[in-house]
Structures are given as structure tokens and as C-alpha cells.
Design a binder for this molecule. Structure first.
Ligand code: PEP
Ligand code: MG
Length: 748
């Protein structure tokens, strides 16, 4: 067979392009393509295998194999040489196919007479679609140019499939982006939502695959890369030295953008006949396919960087920005690889839910999603490649899973579940103005957690008596630079206005750990959760703490004010923080500002150490709020953000309850007001146990108030308390089973 030249590839691509422009049924088009390829490459066989489902390849068209085997021959992924190409997403080139490990003889195809084999994956952006194979009787190895040329053709076929060209009568290929998919991830915010996908970074649509003039196309690529380099350099200047991680990513971008290897491969693709954008996407596809097989986290990150860079380049080449002109669908569900808090806040309340390919339970995005009270599922593999803007999607935040393009039965079941929850919410609405008074007569104060102005409208409708925790850091996180004092004053004043006289516990800045302000230099810490965070930062960087308390005092304008400090580990830390606050009160007084009518200063108990602080501390502090999320992580030494351990220890573990009782007893002895504001307060069974051991104020997300109130009103807290005491006396490890049995006996 003669060696093929660059011009052959170009001719072949042109013929394929012409073929694409003719309207004909999918099967005929597939058949024509195999004929054109075998003809142009001078081989005996050309076959197209497409994935019928994620595990099965089907011979969909062939020139040279027996026609009866079309739609009959099937292979599992990894089976035979074709299956191997699909699984490894790499070309396989052999002069003696039957001698190749894994060769599988398929009598129906009559392929034993063909000795040489070249198979290349058909893939798009890391997504397997099938395999393109050429075979010949003559035992020969295919040249690098031929392999490359066939890969380029496979790329064009992948794009055609993507465009739905093959979908038609008689074609078994189930088009990608059409199948229903169930994807499992991790719950970051509970709740359910139905809606339509809104891709945060929509895929660039490539309409021109083949070029007419390679030279002009090479120039387009060169210009686009030059523009890309300039934009990265600009980003590097803007990033400055503030954020080391951001800098590192940009430096990697820069390295790739200047990489000759990357450029050379794309130039080669263009010489073979691809358009510049198709060449960029081909390299992007190869990198994504590699991503799946790279176990090393660092390398995976770098391949992700290359992916991002390719997207930027594609946007430059096609002129498609983030806004492709697509209308945001109704009931939008945001789908992204990851998203910052600022961007998420910009979408705000328009969103019904969020699905992320990456993300972390304690990340900013999670905090914002919580504040927006929309379900969030994170770590959902492949969601950004599988989903298209406008796709129907069901987000099950409670189960941590996502149904993409669900079929009718799944949708019906999901809607039933949502309807049941809505019914329950209606039942809870009836309780809105009723107290959380247990059958024994004890009243529990239910409060809500908030962090954004947007949360405040829920205050009257949720049935909460107060805001037990206002996380002030959100205003600091979701922006490019430190807010000014005047902005803080305005914000806090609006919060107090919206609370209409109900108490608001403002927590001073709780940054550090996962909550990073983009504009503040952050030390490299081996374990940030136990590092320089929360009040520790406040005491070292007094300027920020002072500015914040000044703003709170001014915002109160004489109204009562409650301030609490996060992560107080020792009594002296509290005293120092309170002294800073009191000095500011004096200063504000001197400056002639109105002082709060009542000022209450509290501490968040989030480390076991504070439970054993001297009596004087309990007398000195106006109130204590247990930050159960952090307290639990430090009590059990189990990172709250680490999926491997975060659910390992139960809040109703008797050791933890016994420890909490120590805090309750100390607060009772000193008559210090005590509340609990971790996530567990919003889980009805857990809330009941907390109330049972004597914690009489619970602060939770607004949607939990109804369910918690309903359960407390049906319970007798004396019985709960006795039950926990019995579990302790019997030496059991966990009070949950007994408590669940008890709840089952309660009348609805
Ligand atoms: C907590 O730790 O329980 C808490 C309420 O604070 P955060 O979740 O913001 O750390
Ligand atoms: Mg905390």
C-alpha cells in the first residue's frame, strides 16, 4: 500500500465533509463513511464500532467485513482488540492482529483473513463514543502519519455523532447527551430540586471542522495563542502575589501556552485538514481521556489546567464567551466544575440547585448554597461533560445524586417525593406561630442560621424566634477586596432592620481553614482547620476585628446588639476579644455615636478545651453557643470536610452527649444562656436529643425549623432525658437506636 501523504488526509477530510453536507439517513451515512475511508486509505476493511451503552460496543458500519455482522457483532469494553482501544482510549497498531494479546476471533465478521489492524478511539472531550478500525490482508504496521490521520478522521466522526447526524432509522447508536443518567456524588446541602441544566461555562460549539486553507488556519491559531498568552500575563499581573495557589495555576497555564509540544500537535492537526478549533478540541479530548487514567492527583490537576486553557483558546477562536446567547432556562440548575462564592452569589436566588464536579463540603460555594437554601451535590463525576444547557435534571441533595435526562418513571417518583415534602412543609407552616413546647411543658427556643441578607426574608415565615448565628464572613469572601467599614455598617443595619427587633447573634469573622479571603495573604499551613483561623486571626490582626465591631456598633444605632466570637479555645482569648470590643464601644461613645441599648457578648464553644475553662469565664460570658460542626470534628478528631471520616462518628454517640452534658451543667451552674448552632441542631432526632440533655435553644437552617418543632411538640423531654440516662447506664455506645424507637411511638 502506498504511503499516504498530507494531501491524502486533506482529501479524505474534504470528502467526509462533503458527505456530511448531504442529507441522508444515519445508517447510509455511516456506510458511506467507511467506504470513503477504506477507499482513500487503500485498506481492505474500515469499520465503525459505536458504544451502545457504557459497556457495549456494536459494529455499526463496515466496508470489507461481512455485511450481516453489522448490528450483530458486539463486544464488551476491553474485549478483543477493538474493546481494548475503547477502554484504553489509545490507538492500537499491529501487523499481526491474531497474535496480539486479547485478540478475539469473531467468525461472523470473517475477519480472520485480515492480518494488520489499526484501531483509534472515537472520543469527544474525554467521552468514549466508539472505535474506528482499518484492517488489511497484508501484514504491515501503519505509519505514524497514518495513525495520526485516522485519529483526525475519528475526531470528525466524533463531532458528527455529537451533532446527532447518525441518529436515525436503523442506527442502533444511542446518541450521547440523550441517555438518562444517574450520577452519584456527595451531599453538600440537602433538599430536592427539579429543573434544567445551566452550564456555568457552556461548551463551545464548533461548527467548522475542516479547513479550506491550512496556512490561513495556522495563522488563526497563532494569533489566538498570542492573544491567550497576553490574557494570561494580564491575569498574572492582576493576581499579583496575593494568592499563591491562584498564581501557581496561572503559571501552569502560561507554561502550557508556551509549550511547543502542544502547539506542534495542533499545527499538525491543522496541516492534516482540521480547523484551528477542531485541532484545539482534539488535543483537549486526548488530555481528558488521559485524565481518567492518571492516578496522581497533581498530574490530574495539571491536565485539568490544560483543559481550562483549551477552553479559553476555543472561546478566543470561536468568539463565544461565557454567554453564548443561550437563554437561561426556567428553574435553572447550575452545573459547573467548580464555582467561587462570588459567582454563585451573583446567580443568587434564581437558581434551584447546584451540581459540581469538584467542590468540598465545607467550601465557600457550599456555605453560599446553604445560605441560599438550595440543594447542592458535589463531586459528581463527568457532570460537566455529560450535561448540556437545557437538559432536564433532578437534583437529590439529600441522597447526593443527580438524575440527568431522567425517564418518566424516575421523574414521577421524584415528583412524588417532592410533593410529600411540600405537604410536610404545609403541615409545618401551621405550626409557624406556635412555640416549640414539648408535652412536658418545657419550651425550646428555635432560631435560624443566616449569612446573607437574602436569608432574612425567611425569618418571619420560618417560625424562628431569632437569628442564632449570623455568619459575617460571607460578605468578606464573595468579593475581590476587603469591604469598607461603611459597607459593613450598611449591611449589618439592613440585617437588623429585616430582623424587626428579633435578636441577631452576629458572629465575628470566621475565616481561615477552608474559608479563604482572596485578598488576604494566607500562610501555608499543614492543617488549616487547626491552624490560624477564626478568633486567632482576629486577635493577631486586630485592625479587622476592630473595624468589624465598630461597624456592628454603628449599625445597631442604639438597638440591642449581640456579638459572639468564633472558636474561642481559652478563657483568656475571650477576655482579650471582649476587651477589644469594649475599647471600641468607648471610642464610639467618644466619637458621639449612639451605643447599643443592650450589648451581649458571647463565645462559641467549638473546642473541648473551653468546656473546662474556669468558672469565672462562664460567669463573665453573656452566652455560649456550641458550634457543633467544629466541636464534633475536634472531639472525635475527624475532619468535617473529609468524606472518608466526616460521617464516621454519630452526634448521638454517648461519649459526645456526655461531654455536652458537662457544658450544659456548667452553664446551668453559672446561669449562662446556652444554645447549639451546628448543622445537627436542624436534624430532628439529633435536635430532640440535644433538647433532652438540657440545651434549650437550637439554631438551624430555616427549612429545619418546622420538622424540629413538630417533633419536639410531640415529645416529652423528661422521657427523652430518662431514655438517654438509661442508655448511658447500660454502657451502650449510641443513643440513636433507642431514640428512634421512642420517636416511632409518638403520635403524628
Ligand atoms: C459550627 O462549627 O458548628 C458552626 C456553626 O460554625 P461553622 O460551621 O461556620 O464553622
Ligand atoms: Mg465553626
Amino acid at each position: 500500500m502506498p504511503q499516504r501523504t498530507e494531501t491524502d488526509s486533506r482529501k479524505l477530510l474534504r470528502r467526509l465533509r462533503d458527505e456530511m453536507s448531504v442529507s441522508q439517513p444515519g445508517q447510509e451515512r455511516l456506510d458511506r463513511i467507511t467506504t470513503i475511508i477504506s477507499d482513500s486509505m487503500g485498506v481492505d476493511v474500515c469499520s465503525i464500532y459505536l458504544l451502545r451503552d457504557p459497556e457495549t460496543l456494536e459494529l455499526c458500519a463496515t466496508e470489507g467485513l461481512r455485511p450481516e455482522s453489522v448490528h450483530v457483532t458486539r463486544l464488551r469494553l476491553g474485549e478483543g482488540l477493538v474493546g481494548k482501544v475503547a477502554r484504553l482510549a489509545r490507538p492500537l497498531n499491529t501487523a499481526n492482529a491474531p497474535a496480539e494479546p486479547g485478540f478475539r476471533y469473531m467468525p461472523e465478521t470473517g475477519e480472520e483473513v485480515f492480518t494488520s489492524f489499526l484501531g483509534v478511539p472515537i472520543q469527544r472531550l474525554g467521552e468514549r463514543l466508539g472505535v474506528l478500525v482499518v484492517q488489511a490482508k497484508e501484514p504491515r504496521l501503519y505509519s505514524d502519519d497514518e495513525i495520526y490521520g485516522l485519529e483526525v478522521v475519528a475526531m470528525v466522526i466524533a463531532e458528527m455523532t455529537e451533532l446527532g447526524v447518525f441518529v436515525g432509522e436503523g442506527t442502533s447508536f444511542a446518541a450521547t447527551h440523550k441517555n438518562p443518567l444517574l450520577l452519584r456524588g456527595v451531599t453538600a446541602q440537602e433538599g430536592e430540586a427539579e429543573g434544567h441544566v445551566w452550564l456555568h461555562e457552556p461548551r463551545v460549539v464548533i461548527t467548522r471542522l475542516v479547513n479550506d486553507d491550512s496556512r490561513a488556519e495556522l495563522k488563526r491559531l497563532e494569533d489566538a495563542v498570542a492573544q491567550l498568552k497576553v490574557s494570561i500575563d494580564q491575569l498574572l499581573v492582576t493576581a499579583g502575589s496575593r494568592d499563591k495557589e491562584h498564581q501557581e495555576v496561572l503559571q501552569t497555564y502560561r507554561m502550557f501556552a508556551h509549550s511547543r509540544g502542544w502547539m506542534k500537535r495542533m499545527e499538525e492537526d491543522i496541516r492534516l485538514g482540521l480547523s484551528a478549533e477542531a485541532a484545539v478540541e482534539k488535543e483537549q479530548s486526548t488530555a481528558r481521556a488521559r485524565l481518567e487514567t492518571v492516578p496522581d492527583a497533581y498530574l490530574r490537576d495539571r491536565l485539568h489546567d490544560l483543559d481550562d486553557l483549551s477552553n479559553r483558546l476555543l472561546r478566543i477562536l470561536t468568539g463565544q464567551g461565557n454567554h453564548t446567547g443561550a437563554e437561561m432556562p426556567d428553574r435553572p440548575i447550575l452545573v459547573a466544575r467548580n464555582i467561587g462564592p462570588g459567582e454563585l452569589l451573583e446567580y443568587g436566588r434564581r437558581l434551584r440547585g447546584v451540581v459540581l464536579e469538584e467542590g468540598a463540603v465545607g467550601s465557600h460555594a457550599t456555605i453560599v448554597a446553604r445560605a441560599l437554601a438550595i440543594p447542592l451535590v458535589i463531586n459528581v463525576p463527568r457532570i460537566t461533560t455529560e450535561a448540556l444547557t437545557g437538559d432536564h435534571i433532578l437534583v437529590d441533595g439529600t441522597e447526593g445524586q443527580v438524575h440527568l435526562r431522567p425517564d418518566d418513571s424516575v421523574t414521577t417518583a421524584f415528583r412524588d417525593k417532592m410533593a410529600m415534602q411540600a405537604k410536610a412543609q404545609e403541615r409545618y407552616a401551621v405550626l409557624r406561630d406556635k412555640p416549640a413546647q414539648a408535652r412536658c411543658g418545657t419550651r425550646i427556643r428555635l432560631k435560624m442560621n443566616a449569612g446573607l441578607m437574602a436569608d432574612l426574608p425567611s425569618l418571619p415565615t420560618s417560625g424562628a424566634e431569632a437569628v442564632g448565628l449570623f455568619r459575617t464572613e460571607l460578605q468578606f469572601l464573595a468579593r475581590e477586596n476587603m469591604p469598607k467599614r461603611s459597607e459593613l455598617v450598611a449591611n449589618y443595619a439592613r440585617v437588623l432592620d429585616a430582623a424587626k427587633g428579633k435578636d441577631v447573634h452576629f458572629r465575628t469573622l470566621d475565616i481561615g481553614s477552608d474559608k479563604v479571603m482572596p485578598y488576604m495573604k494566607r500562610p501555608d499551613e499543614p492543617n488549616p482547620a487547626m491552624g490560624w483561623r477564626a478568633l486567632r486571626v482576629g486577635l493577631d490582626k486586630k485592625g479587622v476585628l476592630r473595624m468589624q465591631v465598630q461597624a456592628l456598633i454603628r449599625a445597631a444605632q442604639g438597638r440591642p446588639l449581640s456579638v459572639m466570637f468564633p472558636l474561642v479555645a481559652t478563657a483568656s482569648e475571650f477576655t482579650r476579644a471582649r476587651d477589644i470590643l469594649m475599647r471600641e464601644v468607648e471610642r464610639e461613645d467618644r466619637l458621639g455615636h449612639k451605643l447599643p441599648e443592650v450589648l451581649r457578648v458571647g463565645a462559641m464553644l467549638e473546642t473541648p478545651s473551653l468546656a473546662y475553662a474556669p468558672d469565672a469565664f462562664f460567669k463573665e460570658v453573656d452566652f455560649i453557643s456550641i458550634g457543633g460542626n467544629d466541636l464534633k470534628q475536634f472531639f472525635f478528631a475527624a475532619d468535617r470536610e473529609n468524606e472518608l471520616v466526616r460521617r464516621r462518628y454519630d452526634t448521638l454517640n454517648v461519649s459526645f452527649l456526655t461531654f455536652l452534658q458537662v457544658v450544659v451543667d456548667r452553664c446551668h451552674a453559672s446561669e449562662t444562656a446556652l444554645s447549639f448552632c451546628g448543622e445537627d441542631a436542624g436534624r430532628p432526632t439529633d435536635a430532640l436529643a440535644l433538647a433532652g440533655i438540657g440545651i434549650s435553644a437550637l439554631s438551624m437552617r430555616p427549612a429545619s425549623i418546622g420538622p424540629v418543632k413538630s417533633l419536639i411538640r410531640r415529645s416529652n423531654l423528661n422521657e427523652v432525658s430518662e431514655l438517654i440516662a438509661r442508655v448511658q447506664a447500660r454502657g451502650l455506645e449510641n443513643a440513636r437506636p433507642a431514640l428512634l424507637d421512642y420517636i416511632a411511638t409518638l403520635v403524628e
